[in-house]
Design a protein around this ligand. Structure first.
Ligand code: HEC
Ligand code: HEC
Ligand code: HEC
Ligand code: HEC
Ligand code: HEC
Length: 395
């Protein structure tokens, strides 16, 4: 997220809280959004010895291996996150969606001095567990509440206390973290609207976050247990790794069409090579979430005989923000679900053989931002997710 990560729901809430606190002369503010506070310290469910994903993974190996490739498992360790929270401009609540259980946090926050989000009142957390902290959004973050493992279905075969809960493990769990609009300070704004985008879009009635990001599969959920209904835990998304060595699974949202490209043109034609990009598969905008994400589609024309680059152009999908003095969105051409856009490249070409080439890249952030935050040369900024070459001739 940008260094100016700005938090908006709180915006109002905090402003109101501060106003109330000052009216009544209170020195602590009330918390209005779930992410202003950690999930309270959780007890280890009966039958287990720890809340760690590692322990869950000793029996739920597939779930563990899948989760381990996901960015959820990197939500704390990510170098960019570490660089951002080290900054004075980052308030205490940044960690509540990244290491959501109090057990993962060194301090308990009991209030705010003068209602100031930069002056949290801290107490040492006796149940702080640094191993859990490293795991970011771990199994227990989503599954453990009130001394039990929550599940949509319960087999009564688990060696741990399991409780059936049909309301907790729904898309609302995802939206709680993936939808937050808040102005924390003039330069610090948070805009994740994935939940709102999904609700406003064509998939709201048919597919939810789990349908696409946790596809169904029938399998045993622990070794030597019978096959049952399960969901994959890759939480696959952009597929942009946080570490060179980590290979998160990717979902493709965009589809490219090439109906506007002929195999043969006349030398007297002005050659116009046209392509259409459609947000066909994502249940929300592409990109979504972090305003720093963007997509580059690069169109090129090469002479087949000698490989010479004859024409090239790039097109960007994403947001533009100005952070100083006040955070402000300048532009946003993110693609809505179902929305499409046309790109073209034109050239006057002599008789010969050519290749039209399209390459598409998804960026998490810019190289400049990586450098600014001193994340190192090997920190991955983007992936190439698509490539297509179409030969044509001019006669
Ligand atoms: C010692 C092995 C073991 C450990 C450790 C373990 N589980 Fe389980 N778990 C099982 C078994 C066995 C089942 C039942 C399998 C079946 O009936 O298909 C189960 C079932 C479940 C279910 C489905 C609900 C149910 O009871 O049928 C969930 C969800 C679950 N475990 C999550 C977790 C989480 C989260 C952790 C870590 C906090 C964890 N488990 C740790 C063995 C384990
Ligand atoms: C406790 C807060 C929290 C919950 C609950 C949560 N997420 Fe996330 N999610 C995050 C954070 C934080 C990241 C980014 C971690 C990072 O970049 O280091 C993330 C990353 C992701 C990504 C990967 C984005 C990418 O391409 O890099 C996907 C996909 C995703 N979450 C889907 C889901 C789904 C589906 C659910 C519900 C089943 C869910 N999340 C529940 C906080 C949460
Ligand atoms: C971001 C939230 C989230 C995290 C993190 C998470 N789970 Fe889940 N888990 C879910 C949801 C949602 C379901 C599916 C509920 C349903 O059936 O619709 C689920 C279902 C399960 C089930 C029931 C069987 C199945 O596969 O559907 C097991 C077992 C399970 N999870 C184990 C784990 C383990 C082990 C980890 C850690 C390695 C983990 N989960 C991490 C959200 C999460
Ligand atoms: C119809 C399927 C579908 C639904 C429903 C859906 N997503 Fe996605 N999501 C995708 C696809 C496909 C992508 C990959 C976009 C791309 O990079 O092309 C994606 C990407 C993401 C990302 C990565 C952001 C980025 O731009 O790289 C996050 C985070 C995410 N989804 C969260 C959610 C949450 C939370 C929900 C529920 C509110 C949800 N998604 C609902 C299909 C879906
Ligand atoms: C409401 C929950 C929430 C809070 C609070 C929150 N984050 Fe996040 N953060 C997320 C989610 C969700 C993602 C993943 C977004 C996506 O992939 O679309 C994320 C991703 C990130 C990333 C990775 C961005 C990338 O390009 O992959 C960084 C860095 C980050 N957050 C920093 C912060 C900082 C700093 C704060 C406090 C100012 C903060 N976060 C507070 C939910 C939150």
């Amino acid at each position: 997220m940008s260094r100016n990560f700005i938090l908006i729901i709180i915006g109002l809430a905090v402003v109101i809280a501060i106003a109330i606190a000052s009216i009544f002369g209170l020195d602590t503010a009330t918390f209005n959004n779930h992410w202003e506070q950690a999930i309270p310290n959780q007890e280890i469910p009966e039958g287990l010895t720890s809340l760690s994903s590692k322990e869950c993974g000793s029996c739920h190996k597939d779930h563990y291996d899948e989760w381990n490739t996901s960015t959820h498992s990197m939500a704390w360790k990510d170098l960019q996150f570490q660089a951002e929270i080290a900054k004075e401009s980052s308030p205490y609540m940044c960690i509540n969606c990244h290491i959501p259980l109090a057990n993962q946090q060194e301090y308990l926050i009991t209030g705010l001095e003068d209602g100031d989000i930069y002056k949290p009142i801290k107490e040492k957390n006796p149940l702080f567990d640094s191993e859990l902290q490293q795991e970011g959004i771990n199994c227990a973050s989503c599954h453990v509440r009130n001394g039990a493992v929550l599940s949509v279905t319960v087999s009564n075969r688990a060696p741990h206390k399991s409780v059936q809960d049909k309301t907790h493990l729904t898309e609302q769990l995802c939206i709680a973290c993936h939808n937050a609009v808040a102005v924390v300070t003039p330069e610090l704004v948070c805009t994740f609207e994935t939940g709102d985008e999904w609700m406003a879009g064509p998939f709201a009635e048919t597919k939810n976050c789990k349908t696409c990001h946790m596809p169904s599969i029938d399998r045993p959920i622990a070794e030597e247990y019978p096959v049952r209904k399960s969901r994959m835990h890759y939480f696959m998304g952009s597929g942009i790794p946080k570490l060179d060595s980590l290979k998160p699974e990717r979902l493709d949202g965009l589809h490219y069409e090439f109906a506007g490209i002929k195999r043969s043109y006349k030398a007297t034609d002005s050659v116009v090579l046209k392509t259409e990009v459609i947000n066909k598969f994502a249940g929300h905008k592409v990109p979504t979430g972090d305003p720093e994400r963007f997509i580059i589609t690069k169109l090129s024309v090469f002479n087949t005989a000698n490989g010479e680059l004859i024409a090239v152009d790039s097109f960007r999908i994403g947001e533009h923000w100005e952070w100083y003095p006040v955070a402000k969105k300048i532009a946003d051409n993110n693609l809505n679900p179902g929305e499409s856009r046309f790109y073209q490249i034109a050239a006057l070409l002599p008789v010969g053989y050519y290749n039209f080439e399209l390459k598409a890249y998804k960026y998490r952030t810019t190289a400049a931002h990586i450098k600014y935050n001193k994340l190192g040369d090997s920190y991955p900024s983007h992936i190439q997710f698509y490539e297509k070459t179409i030969p044509f001739k001019v006669e």
